[in-house]
Design a protein around this ligand. Structure first.
Ligand SMILES: [Fe+2]
Length: 236
């Protein structure tokens, strides 16, 4: 059994992560996607894992979560950033709050607003799960859900880039086949951030003029209820 499994959703290019503790056989999932519920359940069963927590980095606009269904099926607790106001989640995470699972496994929640106002990243065992805040050679857009380019610049450069260079970066999306990066690599090479001033970053983000995500009108209301208002293939 690996300590970290990475799943990919082709439709939204979303990465989902399953963290495990070998001693206790407890597990945590970050940013699960509705269509892959069966896949997660199969992996949990294959390794006889007990799912303890389901985390969201933010209320996604491009896919629907399976957090609610996973909690119903496994007894896991949902934990979401307090400022995302996903009130269906049992645990409302504040900045700096720690979550534990297994034997001495600690996940730390970091408020990294900017892509959305409530967004969080999660740190665990030398790895940062950066959601849509920091992507590999990119970053999340800042033009909806109270996003703000200057705030995102501060979150990335002051919070995420303060971790050691060797810290692994696992984003919520990748559109180029990359699976992970490091803080050092992103500091040096990220095309939106390396060598860019705050003002340059804001100007660049404001000029992106991206179309809205196709799923936004359906995904956000569903994700505010952890996807429980949507019928799931496996749960229905
Ligand atoms: Fe997002």
């Amino acid at each position: 059994m690996k300590d970290l499994y990475q799943f990919f959703d082709d439709d939204s290019s979303t990465y989902t992560y399953l963290l495990t503790d070998a001693d206790s056989k407890e597990a945590v999932i970050i940013d699960p996607v509705d269509q892959h519920l069966n896949q997660y359940m199969a992996l949990l069963a294959e390794h006889d894992l007990k799912l303890r927590l389901v985390l969201e980095t933010h209320a996604h606009a491009d896919h629907i979560t399976s957090a609610g269904a996973l909690c119903s099926l496994t007894g896991a607790r949902a934990a979401t950033p307090v400022h995302c106001k996903i009130t269906a989640a049992e645990i409302q995470l504040a900045d700096g709050q720690s979550l534990t699972f297994g034997r001495q496994q600690v996940i730390q929640a970091l408020h990294t607003p900017g892509h959305t106002a409530g967004a969080m990243s999660y740190y665990w065992n030398g790895k940062l799960f950066t959601g849509d805040s920091l992507l590999i050679n990119g970053c999340g857009r800042t033009d909806f859900q109270n996003g703000d380019a200057g705030t995102l610049y501060d979150s990335i450069t002051q919070r995420l880039f303060s971790y050691p260079d060797e810290t692994l970066v696992y984003p919520c999306h990748d559109y180029d086949g990359n699976t992970s990066s490091t803080i050092g690599h992103e500091k040096r090479t990220n095309k939106r951030l390396a060598g860019k001033s705050r003002a340059e970053f804001i100007h660049m983000m404001d000029a992106l003029d991206l179309p809205p995500p196709k799923m936004i009108d359906k995904a956000i209301p569903a994700n505010m209820k952890l996807g429980l208002n949507i019928r799931h293939a496996a749960g229905s």
